[in-house]
Design a protein around this ligand. Structure first.
Ligand code: WTA
Length: 668
């Protein structure tokens, strides 16, 4: 049987390999010097220096309130507003007419030329945001502290909406446009959103997705939402509009004065800017709440150190704003720094696998921030698609969201970056607000290593602990921890503060446990290997296996289910489901298809298992816990290891048979 080793990926990592980019005009530095400088930055006072670079309406009285850990408060007494930082400040400067967003829609003409491109200046966005803020405040009565849901595709109106809400101090929650009606309803309900802002539809891979229809289905189950604003993204797409509840964005805009001005609310530093739902090990997705002052401070720092953003750069983060990467590194980070950036509506391989490279060439992209899945997807189509385009403007590359395998790293470095751009793998998570571990070519650049995350950034005390809470030895696999409070850390979990303590600060008393396996090499570089819990990263999207199991179990035919993540060459990981049917239901291809469809409808296409196996029992311990480890071993062809706690040996034999059978049916 083919041996696919899941737990020993680390053995193939090139720990010792070092690459120094001499041609690059930034400050190369040796590892020990970086580490000694880094040691001097692990204090709140260091972060105070960074925060001083932002424009505050009122400075803080206290840098860090640590009286009630882990509910830390940064820059207490300080007041600021993200919309002011991202817009007003630039509008008052020479950047007023600088292009902020170059937006390209997905559709192309018969020559492959995009049919719709919009360039919005800082002043354009400023005016739009003010008009939107005006309407939200005057027509909808939205005020500081209200929660508003956003369910929008990758169009400029999405950042405009976020900035308008931030301007008036409403706390927003963005739901990824690929999530289903149920997933949207859950989030709107948990956040008790009063208003939803959405679009009629959008383009994806040449198809029109009717977003409003999905939103309507969700709204039937979201009683707190009283009004809906709909942006007409697709002119000819007619959607149902409910009188007294649904309003067209365009109509609302018509009703606001052209020069509307809404004063940005002076928000306390610890004001909740947004809630973003993310998957955990158990239960429903958690609403991570981010503050305002600490969050903006971390973004400012990382835009400088990690992205080295300059005024003449053309920056492009390919993430979707529905995930944290887009919140931090499309909306608040780059706009605060006055960047010119690309926003693209559609799929990377539409109409051809060179769409990204065509975009990079068309606008002269200099900084590219993308995902390992994106890189692997395009790598598969071959170098010729890249070589067709002049990518000589690129100077800096980074990836995020999942571990990058050294092979993909090398391709990105050599083929895309022509061996002249630093390539980083920035580690962070929804909870951290911004990048915490990464190469920092904007300040000092230590040697690169293919596949590593690098050293913690200034101000961040990260380590790898073993099971006993002791620092792991170099090369020993352990758990990633952040040992000091940092600006950008979560304020709380919405409606469930205890969960913040239990999930992140219990395993290693008082220290932030990220839930990732990692290794620290002998140079102190951190290599994050993947999740240590039942969370999986499918194409970089974070999903709980528990959520997929719950979805399956909610189907009338399913009695029990277990979902695991298995390695996938392109997507990093994909979910695979084992299902026990209820009495009276028999396994069939039809039912299997129905279950695939069910998961798509209850969570979204990204959660759809790559395979569903029917079994009559799941391998469990005597106390009834599903032994997912054994399921993973069967799929990967590894030895089962210790099975003495297994209650019923037959169950695992059955899993093996089901697996072999499906493999032959679908040809491997
Ligand atoms: C994983 C995404 C390895 C990790 C910003 C983390 C990474 C989870 C990297 C958070 C990286 C993120 N190398 N793994 N550079 N970046 N991860 O909340 O498992 O969607 O815990 O935030 O992604 O996912 P989230």
């Amino acid at each position: 049987m083919e041996q696919r080793q899941i737990n020993t990926v680390e053995e193939t990592l090139p720990f010792g390999e070092k690459i120094i980019i001499e041609s690059w005009n930034h400050r190369n530095i040796d590892i020990e010097t970086y580490k000694s400088m880094h040691r001097g930055t692990l204090t709140p006072e260091f972060w105070e220096m960074v925060a001083n670079e932002l424009e505050w309406f009122k400075k803080w009285d206290k840098v860090l309130d640590d009286s009630n850990p882990p509910f830390y408060k940064w820059f207490v007494g300080g007041e600021l507003n993200p919309s002011y930082l991202c817009l007003d400040r630039h509008v008052k400067s020479w950047r007023k007419n600088k292009v902020a967003i170059i937006w390209e829609a997905e559709p192309v003409d018969s020559n492959g030329v995009p049919v719709e491109v919009r360039k919005l200046t800082y002043y354009d966005i400023y005016k739009s945001v003010n008009r939107m803020a005006y309407a939200l405040k005057r027509n909808f009565g939205i005020k500081r502290g209200d929660r508003v849901g956003i369910y929008m595709p990758m169009i400029p109106q999405l950042p405009i909406t976020m900035l308008a809400l931030a301007r008036i101090g409403a706390t927003f929650t963005v739901v990824f446009s690929g999530f289903s009606a149920d997933a949207l309803a859950d989030r709107l309900n948990d956040a008790e959103a009063k208003l939803l802002i959405t679009a009629n539809g959008f383009y994806r891979r040449g198809n029109v997705i009717n977003l409003k229809e999905i939103a309507d289905e969700a709204l039937e189950k979201s009683p707190t939402v009283k009004s809906v604003i709909v942006f007409r993204r697709i002119r000819d797409l007619n959607v149902r509009m409910i009188e007294g509840r649904d309003y067209w964005w365009g109509d609302i805009r018509e009703g606001t004065p052209e020069n509307a001005y809404i004063q940005p609310e002076p928000l306390p530093s610890e004001h909740p800017l947004y809630i973003l739902y993310t998957s955990g090990t158990t239960g429903k997705p958690k609403g991570i709440v981010h503050d305002t002052g600490g969050y903006m401070t971390l973004l400012h720092a990382t835009m400088k150190w990690v992205f080295d953003l300059k005024d003449d750069d053309v920056y492009w983060c390919t993430a979707d704003i529905g995930w944290v990467t887009g919140h931090s590194y499309i909306v608040f980070g780059p706009l605060m720094e006055g960047a010119t950036q690309i926003m693209y509506e559609g799929a990377p391989i539409y109409p051809n696998p060179d769409r990204w490279w065509a975009i990079a060439e068309r606008y002269g992209v200099t900084i590219l921030y993308t995902s390992p899945t994106g890189i692997r997807t395009l790598m598969k189509f071959g170098d010729q698609w890249v070589k067709r385009h002049d990518l000589s403007t690129l100077r800096l590359l980074h990836s995020v969201g999942e571990p990058i395998n050294p092979e993909a790293w090398r391709w990105f470095f050599e083929v895309v970056g022509n061996s002249k751009c630093p390539v980083g793998s920035t580690w962070w998570m929804t909870e951290t607000g911004g990048i915490l571990i990464s190469h920092t070519p904007g300040s000092y650049l230590v040697p690169l290593k293919p596949g590593t995350n690098g050293l913690p950034i200034f101000g961040i005390d990260a380590d790898v602990f073993n099971e006993n809470g002791q620092p792991a030895k170099p090369g020993e696999k352990g758990y990633l921890v952040i040992k000091n409070p940092w600006p950008g850390m979560p304020l709380t979990i919405y409606g469930d503060p205890q969960r913040l303590i239990d999930t992140y600060f219990k395993k290693f008393e008082g220290k932030f446990y990220a839930g990732d396996y990692a290794i620290k090499d002998s140079d102190g570089y951190i290599w994050v290997l993947g999740r240590a819990d039942e969370v999986i990263k499918v194409a970089g999207h974070r999903l709980g296996t528990y959520e997929i199991e719950s979805s399956l179990i909610s189907h009338k035919a399913v009695a029990e289910s277990a979902v695991i993540g298995v390695p996938d060459e392109v997507k990093g990981e994909v979910p695979v489901a084992f299902v026990v049917l209820k009495q009276g239901f028999d396994p069939s291809d039809e039912l299997r298809q129905e279950l695939h469809q069910w998961v798509r409808q209850t969570i979204g296409p990204i959660a759809d298992p790559s395979k569903i196996f029917f079994v009559s029992a799941l391998p469990k311990t005597r106390s009834g816990k599903i032994m997912r480890r054994l399921l993973r071993a069967v799929i990967s062809g590894e030895s089962l290891g210790d099975t003495t706690t297994l209650e019923d040996q037959a169950s695992i034999d059955e899993v093996k048979i089901a697996y072999e059978k499906l493999k032959t049916e679908i040809g491997g």
